[in-house]
Design a protein around this ligand. Structure first.
Ligand SMILES: [Cu+2]
Length: 176
């Protein structure tokens, strides 16, 4: 009896320890080590097309707040580099933006002249359960296949985890 109680305890601890890993997803730093800048004319479109963004992931912008900012904008404001009507504005220089829904998330730098020279990024969040319903032709064909292999972790929702933890804690209490 003692050993089974210890085993249940270990399983419960394992579930708790893995909770943040499964819920938080992946943190993507825009531009990798280059960050969010106009210097070097980093190709943010190419960078974004090589990632597989999922709901639960986080988009991180690192930049000098004296020189840049981050504005989430509509599709048309993204295309025209209009910084007058942002949906959200971030100015800390180290902004972590959680992805909470599928589809396009358009970000530009609101400093005049920056978006127009390429400081803009379209974060396209794929649907992990269906294959490509709302996909645009800009998505390269070879970037869709790896998304299926790593989708199992993100499909594991926080509600599932709470049920799992409750399901493990209750038997533990009954055993003690
Ligand atoms: Cu800028």
């Amino acid at each position: 009896m003692g050993s089974s109680r210890a085993l249940v305890f270990l399983v419960v601890m394992f579930a708790y320890l893995n909770f943040p890993l499964l819920v938080n997803g992946v943190v993507y730093s825009v531009g990798e080590s280059t960050g969010w800048t106009t210097i070097g004319h980093y190709n943010y479109a190419k960078w974004a097309s090589n990632q597989t963004f999922k709901v639960g992931d986080t988009i991180r912008f690192v930049y000098s707040p004296q020189h840049h900012n981050v504005m989430q904008v509509t599709s048309s404001d993204y295309e025209s580099c209009n910084a007058m009507t942002p949906l959200a504005t971030y100015t800390t220089g180290n902004d972590s933006i959680p992805i909470t829904k599928e589809g396009h998330h358009y970000f530009i730098c609101g400093i005049p002249g920056h978006c127009i020279v390429g400081q803009k990024v379209d974060i396209q969040v794929s649907n992990s359960s269906t294959s490509g319903g709302a996909m645009t032709p800009t998505m390269s064909p070879n970037s869709t296949s790896p998304s299926k292999t790593i989708s199992s972790a993100s499909k594991f929702s926080s509600k599932d985890l709470i049920l799992l933890v409750v399901g493990l804690v209750v038997p533990t209490i009954l055993l003690i």
